[in-house]
Write a protein that binds this ligand. Structure first.
Ligand code: FES
Ligand code: FE2
Length: 367
């Protein structure tokens, strides 16, 4: 493993599961940010994520622990802990221990996904996870798409990659030609930063003759991607044009060297189809979407963070801007060993210098 120069303890929201994986009444084990965790649901479905070890004598609640009456019960001596990690009952004593508390993690659950907030210093969340449908404000909602789980998901555990690699993909216009087999580079139409959120949009021309898209006079179709990074752990995207879908790529550090990476794809619904799950006829489309993700992953999981990078002139602005923006998610003293000096000082929110004519006639496989 080439150990990343950047800290694996960034601040923000990170995906730790899909909702369906945490069933009612079950204690779900997981490990993120070097911490053993458990997740469990109360009767109303609401979710608690907490440290895995009992504050009594340290048993792991994920091995034999059980959920009853909205409490998690330790397998060792039966102490009961509530949704806030407070001791609610010691079965062989009248009063509970009101002082000791198991640490709970801020949780958000939406878009079939479970997120936790990580901050090395324990600060509370200072932004929300957006909804992958509402955030684009285009009148389309979850009902216009098939469920993503389970047909539209991919999950790889403990890959040697850093969330920042994936986030930088959004400004890396040149890789589309080489990794995604676009005929040419796409045309960037937006690069903006707003607090913890960054936006990158680009357009491409597609070949083919499907109907539902905007045609240009020469017959090619306009399509594109509107990407939204939410912190450095979550990459949302809206694909429009020949194929419409929403995707989330999520990278969550497991320990100081590895991350889990998840891809979630919502394909748009075929007219008149009421089934919540995508039909078999869309298997090929799902596979093509997966293949685009896997092509990126093949790079990311073997990549070494290049700092300072050798950039083509036109790449400079975009990379400088996104690396500067990303710094807000690294706690002081945790940034890592190597940092490009000019990245610390360069202040620009302008988009990358992509010559307009380079983007003409770009064709990519329909993903
Ligand atoms: S270690 Fe959990 S109740 Fe004793
Ligand atoms: Fe990519």
């Amino acid at each position: 493993m080439v150990k990343p120069a950047l800290s694996m303890k960034p601040t923000g929201w990170f995906q730790v599961a899909w909702s369906a994986e945490i069933e009612p009444g079950v204690v779900h084990r997981m490990k993120y940010f070097g911490q053993e965790l458990v997740a469990w649901r109360r009767a109303d479905g609401s979710l608690t994520v907490m440290d895995a070890f009992c504050e009594h004598l340290g048993a792991h609640l994920g091995y034999g622990g059980r959920v009853e009456n909205d409490r998690i019960i330790c397998p060792f001596h039966g102490w009961e802990w509530d949704k806030d990690g407070r001791n609610a009952c010691i079965p062989y004593q009248e009063k509970p221990n009101r002082v000791r508390r198991i640490r709970t993690w801020p949780v958000a659950e939406k878009n079939e996904s479970v997120y936790i907030w990580h901050d090395l210093n324990g600060a509370e969340p200072n932004f929300d996870v957006p909804d992958v449908f509402d955030v684009y404000d285009d009148g389309r909602g979850a009902g216009d798409y098939y469920l993503a789980y389970p047909e539209g998901i991919l999950h790889f555990e403990k890959k040697e990659l850093h969330p920042q690699y994936v986030m930088e993909n959004g400004v890396d216009y040149a890789h589309f030609k080489f990794v995604h087999r676009a005929a040419d580079v796409p045309r960037f139409t937006r690069q903006e930063f707003n607090g913890p959120v960054s936006y990158a949009s680009f357009e491409m021309l597609f070949g083919g003759t499907k109907e539902k898209t905007v045609m240009t006079p020469n017959g090619a179709m306009v399509g594109g991607v509107d990407a939204i990074n939410v912190g450095i752990g979550l990459g949302f995207a809206k694909f429009w044009g020949p194929d419409n879908m929403r995707t989330i790529v999520a990278v969550t550090p497991v320990d100081d060297e590895t991350s889990d990476i998840r891809s979630t794809v919502w394909l748009d619904r075929l007219p008149g189809d009421e089934n919540p799950h995508q039909p078999e006829s869309l298997e090929r489309r799902q596979r093509m979407a997966n293949n685009q993700f896997l092509a990126d992953l093949n790079i990311w999981e073997h990549q070494k963070y290049s700092d300072p990078p050798a950039l083509a002139t036109a790449e400079g602005k975009g990379f400088r801007a996104i690396r500067k923006w990303a710094m807000q998610f690294y706690p002081a003293g945790e940034l890592g060993s190597a940092t490009t000096p000019e990245l610390q000082t360069a202040g620009t929110d302008a988009g990358p210098d992509v010559p307009e004519n380079e983007a003409e006639n770009a064709r990519v496989p329909q993903a």
